[in-house]
Design a protein around this ligand. Structure first.
Ligand SMILES: [Mg+2]
Length: 272
């Protein structure tokens, strides 16, 4: 890790993970309001990127509003939105799509995205976390993939943290389908590149001009490193500093929290 933070002056935009970065459980993390105030005053563009495909943009807007932060809906990029944009970029508009997932994913693909839904013989089978996942879902998706549908998954997270403990995430559903089809999916969410590439594209910036702020080395930091973005690990969520050594996944720098990150960003601006 470099102690020379001269590169910080090149940063034109920030991309934040949310859980463990902006809040933990119901609690806002220190510096949340200050960093959004600063970005607004300094006109620094930002996006909020999450692997979660179960919530809509509006749900995140409201959650942030609950912490006193106002963000435009367009700044929220869920893995469902990233899948929709991936499908738009990859397939003709009349492609047929099968989907396993919660209502937010269904809405983003079919109501907003305008794709034609076909759960029997789709050309693309999308799989996102579905809290009602059952044998009929896996059977339907399995048959579709075996019949040649492209297999696209929202995110690879095997578990989700809840108050009850770790529960199955999208990766667990992917595992069931990989086992029954022998086909590996195209994964869109972190740590794969697509969501980060999409973020840079939306911001109209090169990766080295974008700073990814995350709390997980194996998703936020690994994925952003893969496209050549700058990365900051905040120590308010999952990963701790010593894991940089054990995982070999190195962020550009480490900040205790958003308060320290904001200090660094202000320092870089003041020198300009
Ligand atoms: Mg997180």
């Amino acid at each position: 890790m470099s102690d020379d933070l001269a590169w910080l002056k090149e940063i034109r935009a920030l991309v934040f993970d949310m859980d463990g970065v902006l809040w933990r459980g119901k609690e806002a993390l220190p510096g949340l309001n200050a960093i959004f105030d600063w970005m607004r005053d300094e006109k620094v563009p930002y996006l909020l990127a999450t692997n979660n495909s179960m919530s809509t943009q509006q749900m995140y807007v409201e959650r942030l509003a609950g912490h006193g932060v106002t963000v435009p809906k367009e700044t929220i990029v869920t893995s469902g939105i990233a899948v929709r944009d991936y499908l738009r970029a990859t397939y003709p508009p009349d492609v047929t799509v099968g989907a396993v997932g919660m209502q937010a994913l269904i809405e983003v693909l079919f109501d907003e995205g305008g794709f034609t839904r076909d759960d029997r013989r789709p050309q693309v089978q999308v799989v996102g976390t579905d809290l009602h996942f059952g044998y009929d879902d896996i059977k339907r998706a399995c048959l579709a993939i075996r019949a040649g549908a492209a297999f696209v998954a929202t995110n690879p997270d095997t578990t989700l943290p809840t108050e009850e403990g770790l529960v199955p995430g999208c990766g667990a559903m992917i595992a069931a389908l990989v086992a029954s089809t022998d086909v590996q999916p195209t994964v869109i969410g972190k740590p794969e590149k697509y969501m980060f590439e999409l973020a840079c594209q939306r911001l109209g910036l090169q990766p080295h001009e974008v700073l990814m702020v995350g709390d997980r080395l194996d998703t936020d930091i690994l994925g952003a490193n893969r496209i050549g973005a700058r990365t900051v690990l905040v120590l308010t969520g999952v990963s701790q500093r010593q894991e940089i050594v054990t995982t070999g996944i190195e962020p550009t720098f480490v900040a205790a929290d958003l308060v320290e990150l904001l200090d660094r960003l202000k320092g870089a601006r003041d020198q300009q």
